[in-house]
Design a protein around this ligand. Structure first.
Ligand SMILES: CN1CCN(Cc2ccc(Cn3ccc4ccc(-c5n[nH]c(N)c5C#N)cc43)cc2)CC1
Length: 234
């Protein structure tokens, strides 16, 4: 299966980065195809206007619905198709999780709608919900300037789960936050040299005793999780 990824944004250049690193390999291997679109291509005025003042007053600007609607018609089509998943990154979205990434990794077509300013006219989201499967997702409780960085993060989390993408699929199953995994943070990692600037790799890791190593790693994960993410131990 090839996953088609579309990105709608007034900064389509954000997505040039998808041509490099592992994601670039996924494109070369035909696992994903990536299409970035400039929302301003669906404006008709000289200034290529995509925003206007908020109805009801308030600070900042809101993205006009018209360019989004015309872009949807051109990129996705005018017929409803629930197999198309449309993602609106937004501060008011549902927190994006590994299980959401897992679900999205089986989808054949994903369209990211990257807002800017104070957000997108809500009728765009309401319209999209009548046509496709819509996800309003948030990366976390902090404020970004737009949806592009979130779209890149969601893309990386999803694409790496596509069968055939990662060389060693077993490593995915062991990762924190993977379904079925106990929700623990990763233990500390070490590699050569064994001694570096007066600090040594923990002896147990050099013992070759797999049982003791597994025990040490679990204990470290438990300590770290209890210290940094007590919410995961509920
Ligand atoms: C009246 N006021 C009341 C406060 N709001 C809050 C607000 C709304 C938008 C923006 C900027 N922005 C525009 C599109 C867009 C998409 C995603 C994100 C985003 N931020 N953080 C995440 N985890 C994100 C994700 N994913 C931010 C975005 C900033 C602040 C404005 C209106």
């Amino acid at each position: 299966m090839t996953m088609r990824l579309d990105y709608l944004s007034i900064f389509p250049g954000y997505f040039d980065v998808l041509d490099i690193s592992l994601l670039g390999k996924a494109v070369d291997n035909g696992l994903v195809e990536v299409h970035a679109h400039d929302l301003r291509d669906w404006t008709h005025d000289r200034h290529r206007t995509v925003d206007d003042t908020p109805c009801g007053g308030g600070a900042g600007m809101v993205m006009k619905p018209d360019p989004w609607g015309e872009a949807f018609d051109g990129i996705i089509g005018i017929e409803p198709d629930p197999s198309v998943h449309v993602i609106f990154p937004t501060p008011s979205g549902i927190p994006f999780t590994q299980s959401a990434a897992q679900e999205l990794s089986t989808v054949e077509r994903v369209v990211f709608c990257c807002g800017r300013y104070e957000g997108i006219d809500h009728r765009v989201i309401d319209y999209a919900r009548t046509m496709w499967t819509v996800h309003e997702l948030s990366l976390g409780d902090y404020v970004l300037n737009g949806g592009e960085v979130a779209a890149l993060a969601i893309t990386e989390a999803v694409v790496r789960l596509i069968p055939g993408f990662m060389g060693n699929p077993e490593s995915l199953a062991e990762e924190s936050f993977s379904p079925g995994q106990e929700r623990l943070l990763e233990y500390p990692l070490f590699t050569r040299p064994v001694s570096w600037r007066g600090m040594d790799v923990p002896e147990v890791l050099m013992s070759g005793h797999h049982g003791r190593i597994a025990e040490w790693r679990r204990e470290e994960s438990l300590l770290l999780t209890r210290d940094r993410r007590p919410d995961l131990t509920d």
